[in-house]
Ligand binder design. Structure first.
Ligand SMILES: Cc1ncc(C[n+]2csc(CCOP(=O)(O)OP(=O)(O)O)c2C)c(N)n1
Ligand SMILES: [Mg+2]
Length: 558
């Protein structure tokens, strides 16, 4: 019989995680993590038991982004670990701090069916992998994993053979100093005066300035500083996709810069002669691969400035500084000037123009995705959390200009579909007092639709909005444009409302938009979880797709 009074290694490991203030852990159990997970739950950690390991990690990623803290997930060894491989590269590229407790096959066995060399799999994604094979050092190694995840803003996977986890604990009774107590306390980095003077000269010589803010600007609290810079120079504001909504209430914000830029925004970006990128890594898509501002010079204000990013030369001028301090110093160094570019007419155009004015004839019984988004934009409460997934329909869902950045999330740095539902779970776990709305495509939702069950079982407040075009729209439009058969991309309109009901959620199919405000009011009153399936035409191509495939006929400019 087991002597329960002797602490095991997994007891101490659970305590080491608990002292890192882990409040939520996304988990799928197996032999190599279940004892640890049970102990962590007993220590007061909320466990969210998902239906696929990919979703545990993806939910932890969204939780980390929303909380501004380390996300935690756990998987068993072997097949539990191999399921992580699509989510990890996105976490690495999105700079998300996550710690994954992974089991490893037992060391004592000469053979074990789930054994696989886990380290190269994990490190191939860019994540860190630590084998914990020295029992006495494990609590320190756990603490160090949290330190590393925080400092490098990167996922760290720790692998612990489950026979070692079950050993009696014979190490020190006390735990090491937790990571929070050891993290260097650093203040925001001020700019060098010489850099400020150079940058001010550049800005003073420019006529049409766009201040482009990324997530770094949002996180540094630089939004007001960016507004002040744009105002003083008579310039315009824009954001990257992840920072969309940072200037949602500013009349001179042209919207997202990149693949999601609205029609009018494209015009103004093309006129810019200087883009001041603030807290923004200048990723390929943020500038449309160099196409969006052909006349502009680039000044980058960032703690880690770059000349070349994702294969492109992006910036010749740099001001190294914290986003807020750098922009404030630059604005202060500029003389007052006449505002020649901004005008009331311009603000009115940006406010009143539709993001895409192409006319498409919609088949009877189907909806125009752009009208669906317009109706949602009007009907959904402002305080609901929004998660934008991937796929072709994400362009339409990205066009909700009234929504603030604080209520928006998208993580798409690996370009994978299928993550939306997990990201929505992560946000719902981080903000349980609010409703979370997921905007997803039918193909993407189908990829991990099993998580509807997790959402119901954990009582999450999630509304899933599906833009159902009966297809992998992204592929369909490209195949059509190339004159290829569409077979591999068209599936027909599956019944998501029925699927939702099968999982115990509410479900509704929308073929008109009249009842939307009423449905929103009912859902707001009832709470819970539901799937709303909007049957849309697969004829509407996003402007980005149209630009990439101009040979497609059959559409007229309004
Ligand atoms: C994991 C993964 N598999 C395949 C792809 C290729 N892909 C990109 S968009 C897309 C279609 C997504 O379909 P859906 O979710 O219905 O959105 P839609 O494009 O129809 O709006 C596919 C298959 C991908 N990006 N990621
Ligand atoms: Mg689709």
């Amino acid at each position: 019989m087991k002597n329960e009074t002797i602490p095991r290694v997994y007891d101490v490991l659970a305590r080491a995680f608990a002292q890192e203030e882990v409040k939520t852990c996304f988990a799928l159990l197996g032999d190599a993590n279940m004892n640890w997970a049970e102990r962590l739950a007993q220590a007061g950690c909320r466990m969210i038991y998902v239906r696929h390991e990919h979703c545990a990690l993806a939910a932890a990623m969204a939780y980390a982004r929303k909380q501004g803290d380390v996300g935690v997930a756990t998987v068993t060894c072997g097949p539990g670990v191999t399921q992580l491989i699509t989510a990890l590269p996105a976490a690495v590229r999105a700079h998300l701090p996550v710690v994954v407790f992974a089991g490893e096959a037992p060391l004592k066995s000469g053979w074990y069916n789930q054994e696989i060399d886990q380290a190269p799999l994990i490190t191939a994604t860019g994540a860190a992998y630590h084998r914990l094979h020295m029992v006495e050092r494990m609590p320190v190694a756990v603490r160090d994993a949290f330190l590393q995840a925080r400092r490098e803003r990167r996922p760290v996977v720790i692998g612990i053979p489950f026979d070692l986890q079950a050993r009696p604990w014979e190490g020190r009774p006390d735990l090491p100093t937790p990571s929070r107590a050891l993290l260097p306390r650093v203040s925001p980095m001020p700019p060098h005066p010489d850099d400020v003077a150079r940058a001010a000269k550049l800005v003073a010589g420019a006529q049409r300035i766009v201040v482009l803010a990324g997530l770094g600007a949002a996180e540094a609290g630089a939004a007001d500083a960016c507004r002040a810079l744009a105002d003083k120079t008579g310039g315009l504001l824009s954001t990257t996709l992840p920072a969309r909504g940072l200037f949602h209430d500013d009349p001179f914000c042209l919207g997202i810069s990149g693949s999601f830029t609205p029609e009018v925004g494209l015009e103004y970006l093309a006129q810019a002669d200087l883009v001041v990128a603030v807290g923004c890594s200048l990723a390929y898509h943020a500038g449309g691969g160099g196409q969006l501002w052909p006349k502009a010079q680039m000044l980058q204000i960032d703690v880690d400035p770059v000349a070349v990013s994702q294969g492109q030369e992006v910036a010749r001028h740099h001001l190294r500084a914290d986003a807020r301090l750098g922009v404030d110093a630059l604005t202060a160094a500029l003389p007052a000037r006449e505002k020649k570019w901004r005008s009331d007419a311009m603000a009115a155009r940006m406010r009143d123009s539709s993001p895409d004015s192409h006319v498409v004839e919609i088949e009877p019984g189907l909806l125009d995705p752009r009208e669906v988004v317009e109706a949602l934009e009007k009907a959904l409460p402002q305080e609901w959390e929004m998660v934008n997934s991937g796929g072709h329909s994400s362009w339409f869902f990205g066009q909700m200009p009234s929504r603030a950045w604080e209520r928006f999330m998208t993580i798409r740095e690996f370009g994978a579909i299928g993550n939306g539902i997990s990201f929505a779970m992560g946000v719902a776990a981080a903000r349980p007092d609010r409703t979370t709305v997921l905007f997803d495509g039918d193909g993407s939702l189908m990829m991990h639709v099993q998580e509807l069950e997790t959402i119901r079982r954990h009582g999450m407040n999630v509304l899933v909005v599906v833009m159902n075009d009966g297809a992998y729209g992204s592929e369909l439009h490209k195949l059509r444009a190339e004159g290829m058969p569409e077979d591999g991309s068209v599936f027909g309109y599956c019944d998501f409302a029925g699927i939702a009901r099968g999982f115990g959620l509410a479900g509704a199919t929308f073929t008109s938009l009249h009842e939307l405000p009423q449905r929103v009011a009912e859902f707001a009153a009832s709470g819970g979880a539901a799937v709303w399936d909007f049957h849309v035409s697969a004829k509407v191509m996003s402007p980005t797709m149209r630009r990439a495939h101009p040979q497609r006929a059959g559409e007229k400019k309004a």
